[in-house]
Design a protein around this ligand. Structure first.
Ligand code: KG4
Ligand code: ZN
Length: 393
């Protein structure tokens, strides 16, 4: 089946067309079209993602990205349509809260033939509420325009499903499995008993891990997103063997559960700068910053390593899946890969860069899983699964 997929939960606007087949036993996916616009440069100024700005950018980019994706997939065909004014009014109503989106959609798609698509999937949560709604409204409007069922997908299920996309890894996902999802918006350990059965067994009680990287980078006067900047400095400290004097706590390391807390670590960085550099990064040289970046990165990695190790010890799993933008961190990635050496028979699956960060391919894959598990969602064209919480406990 062909799935048109939309992701707008944070600062990536993404639209793709994926052909899926094989069922749950041997799923396979072919990417027919994949268009993505990252808003990072736009949010840089604010030092983080600004939800209302993200919403406006999504509204601006969705129609052109969809057009590109359909074109790449060879599914964009001109045809005169005879929709009534009343019909267009209904579509407009669906998009009434998304400024500029209706005119863009009508202009781009009024004389386009209904594409050969079986389902539309869209991230319906969790994420930034205003950003999510643009995608959901757009998907609903397209569903109406082309009379195609719309499937709401849980974003976290998308991150988990991302490892199924072709060519990443030949090894199968065997259950039970564990997923560690680490990004700017989430930090979760999820136990997966089978596709569609997910239980969150650990999560952050405050900031997400990527958020902590971003906030600490700000304290050091580094640009957004902070993760790559911090890891660059940390790497420099290690490679050049710079003096290592900064000391930070390892929050919740011995908390006897699988939860995380990163806000205290950020505060510890704030106090460290206050006590040693009169409260400002301007009094720090590159060496001081590199030392603190290294200690911060080590603290985060120690906690993630230990919590994942605990989760692996407690749950006898066959697969460890890691997703989210923070896995771009080389040192952290090596820590996760190393679990294959510690636990015999364990397969560690880490998506490639573009699939680990937010994208719409993973949302299509999760939608396909759901159509295999619950075929009725394809015939109920009105229903968007509320919040996409299907299967999550
Ligand atoms: O998955 P993602 O692209 O978007 C969200 O859903 O948030 O993740 C972005 C996050 C940002 O917080 C960014 O600072 C972090 O991933 N990140 C990193 C690295 N590269 C990106 N964190 C640590 N080390 C990195 N090399
Ligand atoms: Zn994400």
């Amino acid at each position: 089946m062909k799935i048109l997929s939309i992701e707008t939960s944070c600062d990536e606007t993404a639209v793709s067309i994926v052909e899926a087949e094989g069922g749950l036993d041997s799923p396979s996916f072919k990417v027919l079209g994949n268009a993505l616009f990252s808003q990072i440069a736009i949010h840089k100024e604010y030092g983080g993602v600004y939800p209302m700005l993200a919403k406006r950018e999504h509204a601006k980019n969705l129609a052109p990205l969809l057009e590109k994706s359909l074109k790449d997939a060879g599914l964009l065909k001109n045809q005169q349509n005879n929709h009534t004014e009343e019909f267009w009014k209904d579509v407009e109503n669906i998009l009434s809260r998304e400024e500029g989106l209706f005119p863009a959609l009508k202009e781009t798609f009024k004389d386009i033939d209904k594409p050969n698509i079986d389902a539309i999937s869209v991230t319906s949560g969790p994420g930034l509420e205003p950003a999510l709604w643009v995608g959901i409204s757009f998907a609903t409007a397209l569903g109406k325009l082309w009379n195609i069922p719309v499937i709401g997908v849980n974003h976290m299920e998308g991150h988990i499903a991302s490892v199924l996309i072709e060519n990443i890894d030949e090894r199968k996902v065997e259950f039970p499995a564990l997923a560690v999802l680490i990004s700017g918006g989430h930090t979760e350990i999820v136990k997966i008993n089978s596709w569609g059965k997910y239980k969150v067994i650990g999560q952050t009680v405050d900031d997400a891990v990527g958020e902590a990287f971003d906030k600490v980078a700000r304290l050091l006067g580094l640009p957004y997103p902070g993760g790559p900047e911090i890891s660059r400095l940390a790497e420099k400290a290690r490679e050049e063997n710079l003096p290592h004097t900064a000391k930070l706590p390892r929050p919740m390391l011995h908390s006897n559960n699988l939860n995380f807390s990163f806000s205290g670590l950020k505060t510890a960085v704030l106090y460290y700068i206050r006590d040693h550099f009169s409260g400002s990064f301007e009094n720090m040289n590159e060496e001081n910053k590199s030392d603190l970046a290294r200690e911060f990165e080590d603290a985060v990695i120690d906690v993630l390593r230990e919590k994942t190790n605990e989760a692996l010890k407690e749950n006898n799993v066959k697969t460890l899946i890691v997703g989210g933008g923070v896995i771009a961190n080389k040192k952290l990635k090596d820590v996760f890969i190393d679990f294959e050496n510690k636990y015999s028979g364990l397969v560690v699956k880490i998506p490639t860069r573009g699939l680990a960060t937010d994208n719409s391919l993973m949302i299509a894959v999760a939608a396909y899983i759901n159509t295999c598990l619950y075929p009725e969602i394809l015939t109920n064209t009105k229903k968007i699964i509320a919040k996409g919480n299907l299967g999550f406990e």
